[in-house]
Design a protein around this ligand. Structure first.
Ligand code: 6PG
Length: 510
């Protein structure tokens, strides 16, 4: 008697760190996986790890050595998850799957950090071959293993099929407290709580939202780094002392995963020198591009996001290590004033508020950017739901996200987060400390690009009058670009012959 072949639920391509951990997460949640990678070593590694972590003793991960074998191992219609680098590799895998016989009702889910316009183009390009669905994943390797934040988008038909799987593997939040429900052991599964996976919108919307998540991540990281810089260079505190301060702050409104890991990084000692490892790390920041994409998109959409852009610039400036070292010999800063004990304590308190306010501005910029982009591309984005799925699993997870969720639940049409009553009150209470922290840092010659660009954003957003009147005058002077007048009908355009004796004002359209 022949035994029926047991087919797998999900095909998985790309077994790097993220891919392997997503596979094990899927397996913990009861799904059998047919796994393929160009490297057979990685396939064998995933199988071995599954066997070592899986108490049932029967394999949940089945290795495949080709795309054709992968399809033959799967239940139809096929569901295949990709975890391959963004860009050309995604197209390469799609083409290979077409070659292997993928069908129009099969679903491919791209979980990488693809550029959102590429996703839109791919969905169109491959629509007669298969359904391309996308779901950006945030949370790094631990998130992938024990519960990431997932930002799915694409065909609603595909989402109906993917939803139960995604809700099972996603991070979960306690619905009463809004706090993450921790899952840290292989084999552990959390079935209660709110899953950090929500349908974002049509093709491209999910990758756009993930891109903005990363832009906020850049800003959030830079804000923490600037606070560290002020505490280290301005107050001469040790890494352990700074870690203690950050740890205390992490019990209040600044509580976040990025603060938590910063404490760990600051406390870590190099095994060979037994000194803080962070002081031995070369101060040149890397970047893969998602922060840059966010900044570029903000310029294209016309949405001010200076703190996010500044965080990208801060990484760029850091990369000019040799030039900075040269300039340090030639360019002078202010005289160093030593601060009294009281002033030092005050600066620490001021920095706390500066971080809170700057972080809020970075989120305000990111959410406004999603709102404007959503309008431009016809996506109906649900901001309370986006804030909710960022409360756990992702890199920017923080207590703060519950306050943002509340703000959008109070008013889903909120123009800008700064205008929410709760946040407006927070800003008014903390803004003086924010200003003082920046003044102190500036007088010490310590750069605070993110903290101060956020303050400038705040002051610009609350300024009823800005000097753009003079700017319009300049434009009209050299280029006859015209201007409107506040004492005349809106929309009416004027031009002046600025240098002629008569200085005649000419109305252009009326
Ligand atoms: C996440 C991270 C993840 C990745 C970044 C790092 O949400 O899990 O954002 O996507 O770590 O791409 O980006 P950089 O290398 O540009 O810092």
């Amino acid at each position: 008697m022949t035994q029926d072949k047991v087919l797998c639920d999900i095909g998985f391509i790309g077994l790097g760190v993220m891919g392997k951990n997503l596979v094990l997460n899927l397996a913990d949640n009861g799904y059998n996986i047919a796994a393929f990678d160009l490297s057979d070593e990685k396939v064998q590694g995933a199988i071995a790890q599954d066997l070592s972590e899986n108490s049932s003793g029967s394999p949940r991960v089945h290795g495949c050595s080709s795309y054709t074998e992968l399809l033959s191992q799967l239940k139809a219609p096929h569901l295949i998850v990709l975890s391959v680098p963004a860009g050309a590799p995604v197209d390469q895998v799609c083409e290979n799957l077409i070659g292997a016989g993928i069908q129009p009702d099969d679903i491919i889910i791209d979980t990488g950090n693809s550029l959102w316009v590429d996703t839109v183009a791919r969905e169109e390009k491959y629509k007669s071959n298969f359904l391309l669905f996308s779901s950006a994943v945030s949370g790094g390797e631990v998130g992938a293993r024990f519960g990431p934040s997932l930002m799915p988008s694409g065909s609603p038909y595909a989402w109906a099929r993917v939803k139960p799987i995604w809700e099972a593997i996603a991070a979960k939040v306690d619905s009463k407290t809004g706090k993450p429900l921790e899952r840290t052991k292989p084999g552990e599964v959390i079935t209660e709580g709110e899953p950090c996976a929500a349908y974002i919108g049509p093709a491209g919307a999910g990758h756009y939202v993930k891109m903005v998540h990363n832009g906020i991540e850049y800003a959030d990281m830079q804000i923490i780094c600037e606070a560290y810089h002020v505490l280290q260079s301005g107050l001469n505190l040790s890494c352990d002392e700074i870690a203690d301060i950050f740890e205390t702050w992490n019990n209040g409104p600044l509580d976040s995963y990025l603060m938590e890991i910063s404490v760990e990084v600051l406390r870590h000692k190099s095994s060979d020198t037994n000194t803080p490892l962070v002081e031995l790390i070369l101060d040149k920041a890397g970047q893969k591009g998602t922060g840059l994409w966010t900044a570029m998109s903000s310029l294209e959409v016309g949405c001010p996001a200076p703190t996010i852009a500044q965080a990208v610039y801060a990484r760029s400036i850091s990369s000019f290590k040799d030039l900075r070292a040269q300039s340090a010999q030639k360019l002078h800063g202010p005289e160093q004033n030593s601060l009294s004990k009281d002033e030092q304590q005050q600066l620490i308190e001021q920095l706390h508020d500066a971080m809170y306010c700057a972080k809020l501005c970075a989120y305000a910029q990111g959410f406004q950017l999603m709102k404007l982009a959503g309008k431009e591309h016809g996506w109906t984005l649900d901001f309370a739901s986006i804030a909710k799925i960022w409360r756990a699993g992702c890199i920017i997870r923080a207590t703060f996200l519950q306050s943002i969720t509340n703000a959008y639940e109070r008013n889903q049409d909120l123009e800008n987060l700064l205008l929410d009553d709760f946040f407006a009150e927070q800003l008014s209470q903390r803004q003086l400390n924010w200003r003082k922290a920046i003044c102190q840092a500036t007088m010490q010659g310590i750069p605070t690009g993110a903290l101060s660009s956020a303050l400038s954003y705040y002051d610009s957003m609350r300024a009823e009058t800005l000097p753009a009147n003079l700017l319009q005058g300049q434009r009209d002077f050299f280029g006859a670009h015209t201007f409107e007048r506040i004492d005349k009908s809106p929309g009416k355009k004027y031009h002046v012959e600025w240098s002629t004796p008569a200085r005649a004002t000419i109305s252009i359209d009326g």
